[in-house]
Design a protein. Sequence first.
Length: 112
Amino acid sequence: MTDCIFCKIIAGDIPSSKVYEDDKIFAFKDINPKASVHVLVIPKTHIDSLDHLDHGQQDLMGYMTLKLPEIARSQGLNNGFRTIINTGPDGGQEVGHLHFHILGGSKIPGFN
Ligand code: AMP
Ligand code: ZN
C-alpha cells in the first residue's frame, strides 16, 4: 500500500475534485488554490519528481504537456495560464508525486 496521497487520489481512496482523467493522467483542483483556477495534473504512474524521470517516460511527459492547454481551456482559461513544476526541497515540492500546477483565471503576478 502506497503512502503517496496523489496515488490515493488516483485510486479514489482520498476524495478530489476531478477535472480530467484518462488512462495515463489525472487532473484535479488544488485543495489550497493560489489563483482562482488552480489545477494539478499528475501521471497515473508514480514518479517522485522531475529528478526521477527516466528516458522511458519521454512519451508520457510529452503526452502530459500536450494535454495541459486542453485541461486549462476546460477550466475556462482562454487567455493564458501559468504552469509550474516544483522539484525537490529547494524547489518547494511538498508532495512527492510529479505534478504540473496550472494556474490562472486572472492576470497573475510575474516572478520578478
Ligand atoms: P507542491 O508544493 O508543488 O508539491 O504542490 C503540492 C500541492 O498539492 C499544493 O498546492 C497543495 O495545496 C496540493 N494538495 C495537497 N494535498 C491535496 C489534496 N488532498 N487535494 C488537492 N490538492 C492537494
Ligand atoms: Zn504517487
